[in-house]
Ligand binder design. Structure first.
Ligand code: CP
Length: 325
């Protein structure tokens, strides 16, 4: 029995490629009306202690489209027995009796790992505070491969909130495992990339540059990955107000980008991406959100049905246990 807690579980490129292959297969099957109902009779519980549109609804849609059912609460902090003082650990032990898999979003870093440690069914981390968002990283990788045809030899600029943006932490980890990747970390001083990750990059010999001015490198990038400044993680609203609109990607900015490049964003956006660029063929953030459906279908299939699979997607033995490193 496995959990999906961290992007680190997918550092083996063979495993990652298999997940992406399966997602591609499921996308084609969905388009051809040939998904069948492989998860019929199975139940997925969604426990969301923080707001979500894409992650929760794409997981729920994935489960329903594969023939399964969904139970859960979109505001667990208000509508579950947490209000009465129940701990996360007790909640997970109970919900594991009702569901075959639990998808958890929680405001505390490390909460998904804690949940997995007491769970009788697989736990999927749908975002743990400023920590990790592994399923977002996988759908981001799927999007890059689909749009650019490769995951190696890329120049990737991460722009915005690199300290609190969990999607950045998970995706940068996966990209750092690929050949010929170079990172540009573009942010205000206050919300630079986490130092523990920078130390890892130094150790791995992965090239990177930290800077504040996007225009210095905009012509070089293959992937422009823009993020929202995470208001909810700031202790001081004054600090947030000072930097919240520091980046605003508009037509003028993207006119400097390569013809063959892409603009991504995990969404939701606030002011950092101007709507005037939505029609540019390099702006793939809405396609990226849709890709979440297929990648989450693949992950549910792997966790719940791998032993019955006849397409050689038995990747269980290659996957990490979900333990923190
Ligand atoms: N990208 C993402 O995690 O979006 P939601 O917060 O809407 O789930």
């Amino acid at each position: 029995m496995k959990h999906i807690i961290s992007a680190k579980q997918f550092k083996d490129t063979l495993i990652l490629d298999k997940v992406l292959d399966l997602a591609g297969h499921l996308e084609t099957s969905a388009e051809n009306g040939a998904l069948g109902e492989p998860l019929r009779g199975m139940v997925m519980a969604t426990l969301f202690y923080e707001p979500s549109t894409r992650t929760r609804l794409s997981f729920e849609s994935a489960m329903v489209k594969l023939g399964g059912s969904v139970i859960g609460t979109e505001s667990a902090g208000h509508f579950s027995s947490v209000v009465k003082g129940e701990s996360l650990r007790d909640t997970i032990k109970v919900v594991g009796g009702y569901a075959d898999v639990i998808v958890l979003r929680h405001f505390e870093e490390g909460s998904a790992y804690e949940a997995a440690s007491v769970s009788s069914v697989p736990v999927i981390n749908a975002g743990d505070g400023p920590g990790q968002h592994p399923t977002q990283a996988l759908l981001d990788m799927y999007t890059i491969k689909k749009e650019l045809g490769r995951l190696d030899d890329l120049k990737v600029a991460f722009v915005g909130d690199l300290m609190y943006g969990r999607t950045v932490h998970s995706l940068a980890y996966l990209l750092a495992q690929r050949k010929g990747v170079k990172f540009f970390f573009v942010s205000p001083e206050d919300i630079r990339m986490r130092r523990d990750f920078i130390t890892h990059l130094d150790g791995w010999g992965v090239p990177y540059l930290e800077l504040s001015n996007l225009m210095e490198i905009i012509r070089e990038v293959d992937v422009l990955y823009v993020t929202r400044i995470q208001k909810e993680r700031f202790r001081s609203m004054e600090d947030y107000e000072r930097i919240k609109d520091v980046y605003s990607i508009n037509k003028d900015v993207i006119s400097k980008m390569k013809e063959k490049s892409i603009i991504m964003h995990p969404l939701p956006r606030v002011n950092e991406l101007n709507e005037e660029i939505d029609d540019d063929n390099r702006a793939v953030y809405f396609k990226q959100a849709k890709n979440g459906l297929y990648v989450r279908m693949a992950l549910l299939t792997i966790l719940l049905k791998w032993e019955l699979d006849d397409r050689n997607y038995k990747i269980d033995k290659y996957m990490g246990s979900g333990e923190q490193e």
